[in-house]
Design a protein around this ligand. Sequence first.
Ligand SMILES: [Cu+2]
Length: 291
Amino acid sequence: MKASFKQQFRYKIAASVASVAIGMALLASGACSSDAAGPMPVANVITIHGADFSYDAPATIPAGMTTVNFVNDGPALHQAQIVRLDSGKTMADLKAALNLPGNLPGWVVQLGGPNAVDPGLTGNATLDLPVGNYALLCVVNVPGGIPHFMKGMVQPLTVTAAGSTSQTAAAPVSDETVTMDDYVFKLSAPLTAGTHTFKVVNLDVQPHELELIRLAPGKTAADMLAWLQAQNGPPPRQALGGVAIISPAAGPAYFTASLTSGNYMLLCFVFDTGDGKPHFAHGMVLPITIP
Ligand SMILES: [Cu+2]
């Protein structure tokens, strides 16, 4: 039987009231799933503070997709490199390995983490952290050439299954992919002004990192590279973060950044497994101009 116009109208109103109610329920739960299994799991969010030369960070966090906000309280440049200690290794083993010259052993799996930001700025990285024993460390070595982990910026982080609702959380939706391979950063699309979520992938057999800097007005990539050679005076840049070192076959890691018109650069400071030179000296830089 055909419904009258009035009845159809009433059904329509009832349907739209129902969808508004569903929308409000989803808003209230902060979820985006509509199935009966409950709200969609979301990434865990933690905040780490860095200062000269220590971290203020949680000791234990739940496993799964984790957004790490990193606040640099300064006065030096800092980062929060996240590494997993495999093969039953401990913090004592890590500290011993950090005291040795050369590259870190294979049981130190570098997963990224928020890369270096200038004092007063906040960086971020989102990464999947399975249950395990981890450490935070800062490998920044300015000023003075001594890495900050030697001055106390290294501490344990335990990732447990307990209370974890983030274990099945999906990865962030990215609108830009950066691949790192053979001393090259490659963007999936030209960068534009606005807020972007970057997916950072290491395809290489060496570790790499992505440091995002904004060049000072009127400064060029050549000015920045010249400054890195001499390190005289203030750097012609602002350090905005990115993702710290990702081991081969580890990652991906994600970060979000808001860009405005101007000149930027991506740089890798990792010491080469071959000749020990930083990767930017091997050409691992990408100048970017945002129109
Ligand atoms: Cu590199």
